[in-house]
Design a protein around this ligand. Sequence first.
Ligand code: ATP
Length: 655
Amino acid sequence: MFTFYLAVGSDTSSNDLRLLLTRKPLAFQGIYAEGYNEDRLQKLAKNYGIPIIHTLPSDVTDLIVPLTNTINSPRILRQEDVELLVRRAQDLDQMYHILDSTHDGMIAIDALSRITIINSRAEEMTGLYKKDVIGKPIQDVMPSSKLPRVMATEQIEYNRKQVIGNDRTIITTRVPMYEGDTITGALGVFRDITEIVNMAEEVTNLKSIQTMLEAIIQSSDDAISVVNEKGLGLLINPAYSRLTGLHKDEVIGKPATADISEGESIHMKVLQTKKPIRGARMKVGPSKRDVVVNVAPVIVDDEIKGSVGVVHDVSEMESLTKELEQAKKIIRSIEAKYRFEDIIGSSAEMTMAIEQARVAAKTPATILLRGESGTGKELFAHAIHNESKRKYNKFVRVNCAAISESLLESELFGYEDGAFSGAKRGGRKGLFEEANNGSIFLDEIGELSQTMQAKLLRVLQEKEIVRVGGTKTITLDVRVIAATNVALEDKIEAGEFRADLYYRLNRAPISIPALRDRKEDIHALSQHLLLRLNQDYGRHVYQLTDKAIAKLHSYSWPGNVRELENVLGRAIIHMKLSETVIEDTHLSVFPTIADVDTSKNQVRVDDRTLDEQIQDVEAAIIHETLKQCGGNKTKAAQQLGLSVRNLYYKLEKYK
Ligand SMILES: Nc1ncnc2c1ncn2[C@@H]1O[C@H](COP(=O)(O)OP(=O)(O)OP(=O)(O)O)[C@@H](O)[C@H]1O
């Protein structure tokens, strides 16, 4: 509450007597009059029981509200005048009280454009204070004020938006004020809408975030479901329906008691514990797909509001990973497993090959391994790497026939960022770079295209590579071990292989003999291979009868040691668990084309599926063709009408 003080004074400019009212809580209270009839003043003071103040301190004067025009004749201060003043004072007190407690700012001016009212909110918003501005012309303190204009036009201005200061937005309504028909001033009422504007912006932002989130959720390939704090379905996305076969109407508003999994719902567990559950594996939907589920609680201000579940279908990924692993096996292996001790063979030819390889391993020379398919060229490559000073660095294997030319180039030499569409960002190292300081085994070198032959020759000569799409040369120290099962000389003759590359490769050739040319190794090899096969199949078959060995000797082994391994493997599979010695009868499963005699329209059938039996026949045909082609895969592929790549795929499939 304010206390009003009554004062009587004279206007400095006109020397007129003025009645004034001050709101300033003074240390004294009384009637102040200057140049006023002292007697009357004394009487007044006596009537009201208040003292007379002869000098007003300046800060009090500043706050004085002129009330002159509300008094009939200021020169004669009558009883009614004083009473009127007191009433006015009370009214004003009340009015200010009201004005100061409203949220709106208010500024009023009188007919001479002097500020008569400025409430607390207006003070706050304008940074002006009552004591500084009351009674002052508004143009002096607020030059931009539109109140004088309203007085001039006598037009009400509604809700005009205005930005004041740097960041305050206000809306103002300005009205002219009248006493009867005479305009006595103008009032401006204004409201700070900065917060509302900000809130509106926030709402708009929230709306766009919501729209964005919805778009993300709807388009996500991961299945998403959201439940409220009671575990009732709130939202699912199309991926969720695809995966689980459940539609919106079966989920929204329904309890998530046993949603997609059997047993208690993960949503319910999360709601109870308020803890996220990550990486739960389960099978869902009609086709029982493998999924990984992550569920997290939604907690707002410490209160659980629901839970969000993301279901990630991994079945496809798992099968892709398997395929990728298989593909990787075909293309490269980055570990040299074998040593010379693992190469079995005491025949003169084999001993010589091993000796040559041991010597060559110690030199930096490029080595060319020659021999039919399955003779152990890769085994030699491993052993050479492991015998060299490079053994602690990488051994990289590349089958040049198994990948297309364009892919082979980027596999071998790597590529730079953006070299082709689908290229990994930031580029990628090639196998040559990976094998730096180690060895690279280029299998089936005879299958390299002319372009790739030229590129390989450059690497061998310059010892540097350039990534696909790049310009920078990268110097490397890689030992090349090449292998071929075809006569490169014939290929040169046919114009399919560069002679200059051949001479580079053929500086240290090592010929690995075919198994048919070293049958004395068959027994030891079989025993060695049986060790591995027993491990693979969990069996204990370590011996062969003499008859069985004789049978193995009688065969020509076009597929060499690999074929021997397969034959022994098949024998083990067909043996009873109780049998531990391979008899010649177990070896009747040599895969030959004789199993299918189409000329007589007779086909041997058994109880396996059609697909399994067809695969057997296919394997037998491929085997036979390879045999007829002396192990030459290019020829065999041609004869079978397959691409070399496809033949490789099938050989890998049928082992
Ligand atoms: N002398 C050997 N001692 C032990 N195992 C051998 C021997 N020769 C070959 N093998 C085995 O035979 C299989 C085929 O060998 P490898 O893959 O090295 O032949 P390859 O000549 O590289 O065949 P391809 O030309 O078809 O690639 C492998 O399992 C290998 O371990």
